[in-house]
Design a protein around this ligand. Structure first.
Ligand SMILES: [Zn+2]
Length: 103
């Protein structure tokens, strides 16, 4: 069984997904990696092979965006809180679906 990790990517140039060879992956920030590849996997391929990890990346991106936009506010706007709740719910459902597939 293949395993996946989330790593911080800090490259100067564009990268190509090792799975499909077509997609350009953002070259700076968090990325999904398989144990077999040195380059990050694109979102589309990651959604097929590791949907829970993509949902976790989405949660991290949402938290980063909300954190940057609301860091000086005492209470984040409701829209930001709903975005975080939605991303967390997607991750929770993807983990639940993954556990169900293993049973
Ligand atoms: Zn791909």
């Amino acid at each position: 069984m293949e395993s996946y990790t989330i790593r911080y990517v800090e490259n100067d140039g564009d990268t190509v997904c090792p799975r499909c060879g077509k997609c350009t992956v953002p070259h700076c920030g968090l990325g999904l990696f398989s144990d077999e590849d040195e380059e990050p996997i694109c979102r589309r391929c990651g959604a097929e092979c590791a949907p829970a990890m993509i949902a976790l990346l989405d949660l991290a991106f949402t938290a980063e965006r909300v954190g940057k936009s609301c860091h000086r506010l005492l209470t984040p706007p409701m829209e930001s809180l709903l975005d975080l709740a939605h991303a967390a719910e997607k991750y929770s459902h993807s983990k639940a679906a993954q556990r169900g597939a293993r049973l």
